[in-house]
Design a protein around this ligand. Structure first.
Ligand code: SAH
Length: 253
């Protein structure tokens, strides 16, 4: 199996890249695709950049040019469920593109992707469970070694959890409590918002391959969402997602 890993954080891609052996790389469409081995798996790794177009382009290149048959997308996200806190890891069991709306046509539902006949992209349950176990194991056994207690305290991260649910993606950074309230009313079981996951899920659906989207919560998508992002990503989020993904690859069966 060839596994494609895409990330929206350069720092995290850098950390994952350091774990790869036998690396070769190629630049296509202004992105670098790195091939190598992690835990005996053939991995293709790329920094997708942000947004649905960038993520879709990277995902399609991984499939069409490098022949990957499994996609993993990682990064940070804004938590919208009051139970989801900064530092929690959210694993998508369903994904929706919240900025897609052609519901002016009588037969179309809100969020429905035109001419595809669906408004959401469920993730296979066995993949969700595999990722959940790996992330929980990482939090329990490795987090303490990789991120200092002082750093966790700085971002008020007390007991991070792994939460599964719906992730909504759109081409906008959301920092507006009213907007999240509206989205929560329309999208059942919504846990967080970000800018790439549901686009990658659409590509995976169209090519009929499995995909996993795994996010560390960086903010609450509310009026205080503009936190100290660069510091959070370098000192917290990149370790959370990189650690969980490495654990997933190690435990893979
Ligand atoms: N790292 C950036 C800020 C990230 S914002 C910085 O250094 O300033 C864009 C990225 O964060 C996207 O990959 C998006 O998927 C994710 N993201 C995190 N919180 C978000 C929110 N509240 N709304 C939308 N996207 C969010």
């Amino acid at each position: 199996m060839k596994i494609g890993i895409l990330g929206a954080m350069e720092e995290e891609i850098h950390l994952l890249g350091k774990e790869m052996t036998g690396c070769t790389s190629e630049v296509r469409g202004r992105r670098e695709y790195i091939n190598g081995q992690i835990s005996g798996h053939d991995i293709y790794l790329a920094f997708s950049r942000w947004g649905k177009v960038a993520a879709s382009c990277s995902a399609t290149t991984l499939i069409e040019r490098y022949g990957v048959d499994y996609l993993i997308f990682t990064g940070v996200a804004g938590g919208v469920d009051p139970d989801v806190n900064i530092g929690d890891i959210v694993i998508a069991d369903n994904l929706v593109q919240h900025d897609m709306d052609v519901s002016f046509l009588p037969q179309m539902k809100e969020f429905e992707i035109p001419l595809l006949g669906r408004a959401d992209f469920p993730v296979r349950q066995e993949e969700v469970e595999k990722a959940r176990t790996a992330a929980e194991n990482w939090i329990r056994e490795e987090l303490g070694e990789q991120v200092s207690a002082k750093t966790l305290e700085k971002f008020a991260i007390v007991a991070p959890r792994v939460i599964c649910g719906t992730i909504a993606s759109g081409d906008q950074f959301i920092s507006d409590s009213n907007k999240i309230l509206q989205l929560r009313q329309k999208i059942p079981n919504l846990r967080c918002v970000e800018m790439e996951g549901a686009a990658v899920a659409q590509i995976a659906y169209e090519y009929d391959i499995p995909c996993l989207v795994l996010r560390t919560i960086s903010d609450k998508a509310d009026d205080d969402a503009i936190i100290d992002f660069p510091r959070f990503i370098t000192s917290v989020a990149s370790f959370f997602t990189c650690g969980s993904v490495l654990r997933l690859l190690k435990e893979w069966d």
